[in-house]
Every structure is written in structure tokens, then in C-alpha cells.
Design a protein around this ligand. Sequence first.
Ligand code: GDP
Ligand code: CA
Length: 339
Amino acid sequence: MSELQRVTVLAGGVGGARFTRGLLAHLEDAYPDGTGGSRVAVTVVVNTGDDMTLNGLRVCPDLDTVMYTLGGGISEEQGWGRDDESRRVSGEIAAYGRGWDWFTLGDLDLGTHIVRTELLRDGATLSEATEYLCRRWKPAARLLPMSDQPVETQVRVGEAVDEHPAGALIHFEEWWVRYRAHVPATEFVQRGLEQATAAPGVIEAILDADVVILPPSNPVVSVGTILNVPGIRDAVRQTAAHVVGVSPIIGGAAVRGMADACLTVIGVETSAQGVGLHYGARRTKSAGLIDGWLVDETDADAVPHLAEAGIRARAVPLWMRDVPATARMAADALELAFE
Ligand code: GDP
Ligand code: CA
């Protein structure tokens, strides 16, 4: 593995951020640069389909989760948002009858959104605004939004709920956070996708990588959204890099959150095997995306079935309990890539 120089991760929020933190810890150990960092360059391409404008501010939940997690500012208990957070400003906004009682923006977090919104209003692209914000947090990886154009994941609700009639399209975060994915959904729509292009550096980061990793992020509304940006899926298919994924499903359930609800909407079985087959094997007639797929130890019986489909699989512990455990997962993913 001495040739390892560049790794690219396609990430959503919490799952992608935690995995990448473990990956960086492993690389610092295994490929030290002598100054506490790693000589392996890591690029994280982040989903922006969950982005919203709230109270006039541009909020990018997944970019912020990755930036805070890699920069040491994350709330460990929540997995998203700032540590040592307060909510006074949200209370004031609510007192005016504005805002969303189901989506709270913390005071410290608002600082990020204000600066980002100012940069965008002054003409910066989202890539440029992200780079600017990262100068403060100094993540040991390059963070790229999947696209500089707005793409919004919406959910078509199958039945009427509150002010929304049956068949209405609502923002993904409203379905996810307000309704906890309990309202039946019939489809996901990614508005703006056709006009969107991959952000500068994204396609190159995939094509020039030695390893591309699909971390344990939501396969539908995180990784799936990134792959749907024109050009990105083809780049993953065509790259000379080894492409490996890590299952976000353990023992038939989403480890955290409600990823099963998303898989059900697109007709994919909630299992490590189901998601692996959904991504599909590269270099086969089915023209899938992955060479290798890590499943949890409890899903070891999926390994031969995946192998039959042309996917090299291996069963290892996949609980991101802490950074060392996650670093071992990342080491396993890299090992599988070069097997
Ligand atoms: P979000 O944008 O914040 O929802 O985060 P992601 O899309 O990046 O990741 C969410 C997914 O991470 C969830 O659907 C879980 O299936 C997965 N996940 C969370 N914690 C773990 C863990 O410890 N191990 C594994 N294998 N998957 C996890
Ligand atoms: Ca997300």
C-alpha cells in the first residue's frame, strides 16, 4: 500500500463525517508526514441536497457536520451541530412567530450560517465559501460541496399531513426532522439536479484518487444524491481507483437514524447485502459502482452472495463506537481496496 497518495470519500453528514475522522486518524498513524499529519491527501465530496434557506440564512447541514467533526467543534452527543451550544437567538426568532419549531439553529452554529450567507451574497461560490469557513476549522481533509448550484432533495408525501396535501413535495429535512420519516413517502425528487454540475475539483478528485470510499452514509439521500449530480456516477465507474464501500446497515437496521425508510421508498431491502447490491459491482455487465464492500460481522453470511455478484466483501466490526474503532474500520476498507 506504499503507493497510497490520494483518497476520496463521498459523504453525507454524521455517518460520513465520523468515518472520515477515523480514516484521518488511521492515515496519520500509517502514513505519517512527520508533523502529526498524514502524507495521504484526503478529499471529502459532501452532499448538499439537504441545504436550506432558513430565516434568510443558507444552511448546509452535511458540510457543517463534516467541518465541525473534522475540526473538533462537533457536539459528540448529537453528532451534528456545535458543542457547548445555546439557543437564545432561535427563541427570539420564535417569539416573532418566524422560523420552524422543528428545526433549531444554535447560536454558535448561526455564526457559521451568517458568514456563509454573507460570502454567497457577495458573489462567492459555495466551494469558495466552504474553503473560507474551513480556514478556521482546519480539517485535515479538503472539503468540496458536490455542486456549487443548489440541488434540493424533496420528498413526495403519500398522505396529507398538517398543511401539506397528499402528493405534495416537501423539503427532505422537513420529512426527516419534523416527521421523523413516519409520513409515507412515494418518491424523492432532487430539484435542480439537471442544471447542476459537479463543483470544481470533484470529478478530478474521483478520477485521480487511488481509493474512492463510499462511507456508511445514507445510500439514498446522501451518497445517492452525490452520485446523481451529472458526471459524478460516471467518474466513479470510470476511475482507475479502487472503489470500496462501508455498509451503513448492520443486522438489517440503520445504526442511527431512519435510513431504512429511505431505502424502502426506492425499493431496496434494508440489509448490508441489499445496499451492496444496490451500488452494484464495477467492471461487470451491470456497470455498478464498487469493487469491495465491508459488512459488519453479524452480516458475514452476505459475503458469499456479494462475491457471486462480483463484489469482494469482508465482514469486520462496523460500529463507529469511538475514533480508534472507526480508524480500524477505515484501515479495513483500505486493505479491502488493495486486496
Ligand atoms: P446524515 O446526513 O447526518 O444523515 O449522515 P450520513 O448520511 O452521512 O449517515 C447516516 C447513516 O450513517 C445512517 O443511516 C446510519 O445507517 C449510518 N451510521 C451511523 N452510525 C453508524 C455506525 O456506527 N456504523 C455504521 N456502519 N453505520 C452508521
Ligand atoms: Ca444529511
